[in-house]
Design a protein around this ligand. Structure first.
Ligand code: FHN
Length: 479
């Protein structure tokens, strides 16, 4: 009786697995809706440019604009919200805000020093805010007067940065806010014929600025769009597809984030058929996937970005108003992202004088030193596919598996569970210290770490082989 019951359950299970598989296979041809402005491609991009984007793994974000000057304070009042949104928090009229341009004179700005700092931090790419929501351009755009050219400083900040970063082999990505508070034709929604006409003019202006960026700085590797969530953009999905295609024609191999796109129905990031638009998902802002439950993210490329305080991208004078992540916490987010097949971008908000605040220099120094010793577990690494353990994260590069240990158990014993037929043959710390490796069950090992382990997060490199191995040595208990 019991046996019959078991066979019945097995049959039902098998049938439902087959049905799910069959449904998944049928989806593209029979169940999808026809979209003009949906995903251009299914699955990950596999070309060398995308591969470079992916292998970089660690990037820095630079949020720099007029908002750095007031640094979260307006007319004697301090605002706790994100400093780059101060115009909005303090309800500053546009003309008044843009007068900050008269104070734009970053005397300590030195592009080469910025590039050296990024190099020392071990980042492989830098995302620069060419224009944030306020509309002020870090390059001398000929399509608006609100640019660096019309300030006391007068220099092409973006041009200097592109050159300096490229000179030390760092890729440059352009952050670009479509939302532009300085432009009279910007609309949050399209509610009338006038709105529609104005917004079409705005889209032409945006096209011109994008073309200008792509042609003035042809070494740009990526456009990262922001400020694309309003109804006006969602109602103009055609333009988002057009902008992506236009940039891809102008800059061969360029990558574009998912935030730009809206499909025929205004659906963003993923189209109405559930396919990612753009080249990588960019919704992970100040958050990361759940390392146990959200494994679907390993199916597409993705990039997360993170602030050091809770939510400050631009320079804010008073960081004591917020919780500040410690360098180890920032490091754990970098590792977490790579362990799930993603990139991590850490944000810096330079001061109005063009220097970085001490906390950012300290963080950058810490990350750089760690990366110098342990970077092989980050660059070009990916999701390892092994069950997550409490001590930290795995990453993988071909047949090397890395364990990055953040939570050392009191026992100093680390449990490792491999996947079917995968055996560990060696385990050693990247710093050369030896470990004791014991097979405790089928696909399960115990690694004892040295009596005096490193005082900061450390990495154990595992060598593996694949064979039937120990599968028959162990039997599960009959319970
Ligand atoms: O509003 C912006 C914010 O200021 C910052 O630029 C971040 C960076 O990802 N993006 C926007 C919010 O999603």
């Amino acid at each position: 009786m019991k046996k019959q019951y078991l066979i019945h359950i097995l049959a039902v299970l098998l049938l439902s697995v087959q049905t799910i598989q069959a449904q998944e296979k049928r989806l593209p041809s029979e169940l999808e809706i026809n979209l003009k402005y949906g995903a251009d491609r299914l699955g990950k991009r596999r070309d060398v440019f995308m591969q470079k984007f992916r292998e970089n793994r660690l990037g820095a974000f630079i949020h720099w604009g007029l908002y750095a000057i007031p640094g979260g304070e307006w007319k004697g009042k301090t605002y706790r919200g994100a400093a780059e949104w101060l115009k909005s928090w303090a309800k500053v009229p546009t003309n008044e805000w843009l007068q900050l341009m008269n104070q734009w004179n970053p005397e300590k700005f030195n592009a080469k020093k910025w590039a050296q700092m990024a190099k020392n931090a071990g980042v492989k790419y830098v995302k620069i805010t060419t224009k944030h929501h306020e509309g002020f351009c870090l390059w001398p755009s000929k399509y608006t007067k609100y640019t660096v050219a019309n300030t006391p400083h007068g220099k092409d900040i973006l041009g200097e940065l592109v050159k300096a970063y490229n000179d030390v082999d760092i890729d440059v990505h352009f952050y670009f806010s479509v939302l532009d508070w300085s432009h009279p034709d910007w609309r949050y929604d399209i509610k009338s014929k006038e709105d529609s006409i104005a917004f079409q003019r705005f889209l032409t202006f945006t096209d011109n600025q994008l073309k200008e960026l792509a042609t003035r700085y042809p070494t740009v590797k990526d456009f990262w769009f922001d400020g694309t969530w309003d109804a006006s953009i969602k109602k103009n999905g055609w333009w988002t597809a057009h902008a992506e295609h236009m940039l891809k024609e102008l800059v061969p191999g360029v990558t574009i984030n998912s935030r730009l796109r809206a499909d025929d129905y205004g659906k963003r990031h993923f189209d109405s058929n559930g396919h990612l638009m753009g080249d990588y998902e960019s919704a992970y802002e100040r958050r990361l996937p759940n390392p146990i439950k959200d494994l679907q993210v390993t199916k597409w490329d993705w990039e997360a970005c993170m602030t050091i305080p809770e939510n400050q991208w631009g320079y804010h004078k008073d960081w004591s108003l917020s919780y500040i992540k410690s360098p180890v916490e920032v490091l754990s987010r970098i590792v977490h992202a790579v362990s799930m097949g993603g990139n991590m971008v850490i944000n810096f908000g330079p001061q109005p004088d063009g220097d970085f605040r001490p906390e950012e220099k300290e963080l950058s120094d810490f990350i750089g030193k760690w990366m110098k010793k342990n970077g092989e577990c980050i660059y070009a690494c990916d999701y390892a596919g092994w069950p997550k353990q409490d001590w930290g994260y795995y990453t993988r590069k071909e047949n090397d598996i890395y364990m990055i240990v953040f939570n050392l158990p009191y026992s100093k014993q680390l449990t490792v569970k491999t996947t079917k037929n995968v055996q560990i043959t060696e385990a050693a710390l990247l710093n050369g210290q030896q470990t004791k490796l014991i097979e405790v069950a089928c696909n399960e090992y115990n690694i004892s770490i040295p009596k005096t382990p490193p005082t900061e997060p450390f990495v154990i490199k595992l060598k593996i082989k694949t064979s039937e191995g120990s599968a028959n040595k162990y039997k599960d208990a009959l319970t």
